[in-house]
Design a protein around this ligand. Structure first.
Ligand code: MN
Length: 397
């Protein structure tokens, strides 16, 4: 136990998306947000799985938070590998474990933790995005990063690879400190000054979290948006206590390929049984092949094709000798002209949401090359025309 009673509250909104792939966890002293990615239901599965594992594994012991995060990564990655519908899924995760006079934050991806102290808002986490890399390299200004087309291209996400690099920090807490955990749906619409203003204006965590989310909705935020607030006792008093809970978005049943053979009503003759058996096993194969094709058609990644950067449709690797991907577009960017980090990620395959995101990502890595070269994707027969100059990626334009 922390020995302190923390005020806390959360709010979320689906935005204009088909599903809410954000998830949050309020299980004092543990709090977290996660923003899932992947086709169909995969994003929801990834964020929910990660937070469920986190809640199970963390037993009020700050030493366990990092281990729990690694376990969450392992389980999301395992699920993604076991089901074609979930292939390539991943999630951001920013988690906060409170103690009496300190707190620990673990973080992967582009969700964020903020601290409001002495009336000033400070960002505690660093986005693991391509846009943030461009900021660190001085190519774009920090205030441009949150509106950048590539702001949601993640360089790190939980569940995508077997190994994961996690940012961990320990913070000395002071009375009255207010912490905010949020997904990028919030920070791609509201600037830090607006967030600070709302957190200062609304003393009650419930009111503050709801106002943050509703202002994003009012401004037309398209992405899922989630905010979790944790208040240490101090100047803020009388904060309502909410029972610990894992929030689960509107459930969508995963599409399950129909594999049950037809059940004949009357007992058929041997010849007919044979014919039925053949028909049903062929039907199963056909349905499985169709399910695989559907899953693969929806998945995209950027990877290496014979030493050059390429856009792939499908997932990396092969199954029973059958390649699970095809090259959708090739570039003339040599993979080994990029930094070590990118070379490794490209050889593993970097999942992206769709073709548009793949192409804008390639434009960026083209610019990151040591020697300048043509960053544009050369079209393959199925590639079609080039995308417009200003790509719309992921979340909000
Ligand atoms: Mn998001």
């Amino acid at each position: 136990m922390t020995g302190v009673s923390l005020g806390h509250a959360a709010a979320t909104d689906i935005g204009s998306r088909r599903a809410n792939e954000d998830a949050y966890l309020m299980d004092p002293p543990l709090f977290a947000v996660a923003d899932g990615m992947g086709g169909h239901v995969a994003g929801e599965v990834a964020s929910r799985t990660a937070l469920s594992v986190l809640a199970q594994e963390v037993k009020n012991d700050s030493a366990a938070l990092l281990a729990a995060t690694r376990e969450a990564n392992r389980q999301v990655h395992e699920k993604a590998g076991a089901d074609l519908n979930l292939a390539g899924m991943g999630t951001t995760m920013t988690a906060f474990l409170a103690a009496a006079s300190s707190a620990q934050i673990v973080h992967v991806g582009d969700s964020r933790a903020y601290l409001l102290r002495g009336g000033r808002l400070t960002r505690l986490t660093e986005d693991h995005t391509l846009a943030n890399r461009l900021v660190r390299q001085g190519r774009i200004r920090p205030d441009e990063a949150d509106r950048h087309p590539q702001r949601s291209v993640l360089e790190r996400a939980l569940g995508v690879n077997a190994a994961i690099e996690v940012d961990v920090q320990n913070i000395d807490v002071r009375p009255g400190d207010r912490f905010l955990l949020c997904t990028d749906g919030l920070t791609s619409v509201l600037v830090d000054e607006q967030i600070q203003e709302i957190l200062l204006a609304e003393a009650d965590p419930q009111a503050a979290s709801h106002r943050l989310v509703s202002e994003v909705v009012e401004e037309g935020g398209e992405d899922n948006v989630t905010a979790v607030i944790v208040d240490y006792p101090g100047r803020r008093e009388g904060a309502p206590s909410v029972e610990g809970s894992v929030w689960i978005p509107t459930p969508t049943p995963p599409p399950v390929p129909e594999t049950a053979p037809p059940s004949p009503s009357a007992r058929p003759s041997r010849g007919r049984r044979r014919a039925l058996w053949l028909a049903s096993s062929m039907g199963i194969l056909l349905l499985l092949a169709l399910a695989a094709r559907m899953a693969l058609g929806a998945a995209w990644y950027v990877g290496d094709d014979e030493g050059r950067v390429a856009v792939f449709q499908g997932i990396p690797g092969s199954l029973a000798g059958i390649r699970l991907n095809s090259v959708a577009a090739r570039t003339d960017i040599p993979t080994d002209s990029l930094t070590e980090v990118y070379q490794r990620r490209l050889r593993e395959g970097m999942p992206v949401k769709d073709r548009t995101q793949a192409e804008s990502f390639i434009r960026e890595i083209g610019e990151l090359q040591q020697a300048p070269s043509l960053p544009e994707a050369t079209s393959s027969p199925q590639a079609g025309p080039k995308p417009p100059a200003s790509p719309t990626v992921g979340k909000k334009p």
